[in-house]
Design a protein around this ligand. Structure first.
Ligand SMILES: Cc1cc2nc3c(=O)[nH]c(=O)nc-3n(C[C@H](O)[C@H](O)[C@H](O)COP(=O)(O)OP(=O)(O)OC[C@H]3O[C@@H](n4cnc5c(N)ncnc54)[C@H](O)[C@@H]3O)c2cc1C
Length: 500
């Protein structure tokens, strides 16, 4: 157990102390009770409204120097601190009651065409980098939705439709500048502070605040094929039967270019299956990959034609596509995830769907827009990097199963979080039972890869489940870079002071 003094929320700071910070930075310092509500409240908004917290101080930093001075202020007053970039996390680590370093005004990007890199300020959203790169016929690797902050998705690992070809978001990071807990800003790369560089690729904000990311870019001069194929609930069994076939015979034979995710959406009491598909190539080539879906007889979504079409990569990650999946009647979300190796037993898939259905049926008025995702994309490129090469430990080639339980009533927060945990615990048990029956060893466990995806989790998973065999090294690094645990919001590890 830690015997550190608790951090304070800054409510006791005097006006003179706050003014001293204002005098040192260019950005604005917004103080609860002092700033008008229409200025203060919008700054508290987060994608998951379950995690809106009334911070006492919000610092709208504008530069690396602002970040550095703010961190020194946090250290001097031993304040509770959170970092907010895109504010998109499921589990709420970008909110706090003390001081929030808000990076929304640090969104500059520059492209170096010769080196094929993008240099992005720490508050950029994925859309900023994606679009800047596309202007030069290049691509940057991010997730499914480009409204997410680079900060969270890069430091947490991150993957999307380009990961089959280019690996994790953090695998495409070539350098960074990191503000440490004492306010110093240092460079991190394979050649400078390489231990820190290891830690910020999957270790989240455990070691500092990244003020600048340098990303590798990839040449690209063509559009991609993207769309959703929706099926009647009567086709559920056939959809499940396609999973192993699609993965083995189509996804793995596409050189990482074809990605497909099975999505089961609650539409009221009915669970509707669909496949979201992405192909990095022409429509003609895409046809051969989507043939099994066409053979199954997809339906046209209301107001839309059946299936996909060609578009820019950045159009596929536009939040507009996802907006329909997150309708206004939800505001709170509990994410949970686990992985299972291919080929996946039908029993595991059926059990997963069954437990998801049972949760929806238990809360028919509340969970009626929830989702269950089966990510069939090719993770070979991700898993080709050893799981101790970066702090990110979840490098395996299995099927990621992720549940998004979504509701609107704050009174249900605690209860539904428990339901989400129970859901994924049941799925994990089904995987374990199935492995025992078939004699399949849990391959991931042998290579030290973990089975959950921390960016789709509620923040309460055990540290060893997130960092696997990398946890001891994380603890040693914590002692070096954040010995007093200033950064304590996203899976904070305890410093191993003995080892330093
Ligand atoms: C609709 C939706 C779709 C998603 N799809 C995908 C997907 O396809 N693939 C995927 O991998 N993930 C996906 N995610 C998860 C997403 O990557 C995470 O929620 C991520 O943390 C969001 O980053 P953010 O900067 O917006 O979050 P924030 O809430 O602002 O921050 C999250 C965490 O990152 C830390 N952080 C933020 N900026 C910095 C920084 N500059 N330096 C150090 N630490 C920092 C914060 O301290 C906090 O702990 C999705 C999330 C949503 C809501």
């Amino acid at each position: 157990m830690s015997n550190r003094a608790p951090r304070n929320d800054g409510s006791g700071l005097s006006a003179a102390q706050i003014d001293a910070l204002r005098g040192k930075i260019k950005g604005k310092v917004i103080v609860k009770g002092e700033a008008p509500d229409d200025v203060y409240r919008p700054l508290l908004q987060r994608w998951n409204r379950m995690h809106i917290k009334e911070a006492n101080i919000i610092v709208l930093v504008e530069s690396e120097e602002d970040v550095s001075e703010t961190i020194k202020f946090v250290a001097e007053h031993h304040l509770d601190v959170a970092i907010c970039a895109g504010g998109h996390t499921y589990s709420g680590p970008s909110s706090g009651r003390g001081l929030v370093i808000d990076l929304r005004n640090m969104r500059k990007v520059s492209i170096d065409i010769g080196k094929k890199v993008a240099v992005a300020q720490g508050g950029c959203k994925a859309v900023d980098v994606e679009k800047a790169a596309e202007d030069f016929k290049m691509r940057a690797v991010f997730g499914a939705v480009n409204d997410t902050g680079c900060g969270g998705i890069t430091t947490g690992g991150g993957f999307g439709n380009l990961s089959g070809q280019y690996g994790l978001v953090c695998d495409n990071l070539v350098a960074a500048r990191v503000a440490l807990a004492d306010g110093r800003v240092v460079a991190a790369s394979e050649t400078e502070n390489s231990d820190l560089f290891w830690g910020i690729r999957g270790g989240g904000s455990n070691f500092g605040l990244v003020t600048e990311f340098t990303y590798k870019l990839h040449d690209c001069d063509h559009d991609v094929f993207f769309g959703v194929y929706l099926f009647g609930p009567d086709k559920t069994e056939q959809v499940l039967d396609l999973f192993n076939v699609l993965h083995q015979d189509y996804v793995l034979k596409s050189n990482g270019k074809f990605g497909v995710v099975g999505v089961f959406s609650a539409m009221g009491p009915v669970i509707v299956p669909a496949f979201a598909v992405y192909y990095d190539g022409s429509e003609e080539e895409a046809q051969k990959y989507i043939q099994p879906l066409l053979d199954l007889g997809p339906m046209a979504p209301p107001g839309h034609p059946i299936g996909g079409k060609m578009m820019r990569h950045s159009a596929t990650t536009d939040f507009a596509h996802m907006a329909a999946m997150f309708p206004p009647e939800f505001s709170r979300i509990a994410g949970s995830s686990t992985q299972v190796d291919f080929p996946v037993s039908k029993d595991v898939l059926k059990k997963t769907l069954e437990v998801f259905q049972a949760k929806i049926a238990k809360y028919p008025q509340n969970l009626h827009v929830s989702k269950l995702l089966f990510d069939l994309r090719d993770c070979s490129k991700i898993a080709s990097v050893p799981s101790d090469a970066t702090a990110y430990a979840g490098r395996r080639t299995g099927l990621l199963i992720a549940a998004d339980l979504m509701w609107d009533d704050p009174k249900l927060d605690g209860e539904i979080l428990l339901e989400a945990r129970d859901l994924i615990a049941t799925v994990r048990q089904a995987i374990k039972d199935s492995n025992e029956q078939t004699g399949i060893a849990d391959v991931g466990a042998h290579v030290g890869a973990t089975t959950l995806y921390a960016l789709i989790s509620d923040g309460e998973e055990k540290l060893v489940s997130v960092f696997g065999k990398n946890l001891p090294r994380m603890k040693r690094l914590k002692a070096k870079y954040d010995p007093n645990v200033m950064w304590d919001k996203w899976y904070p590890v305890e410093p191993d002071h003995e080892a330093v």
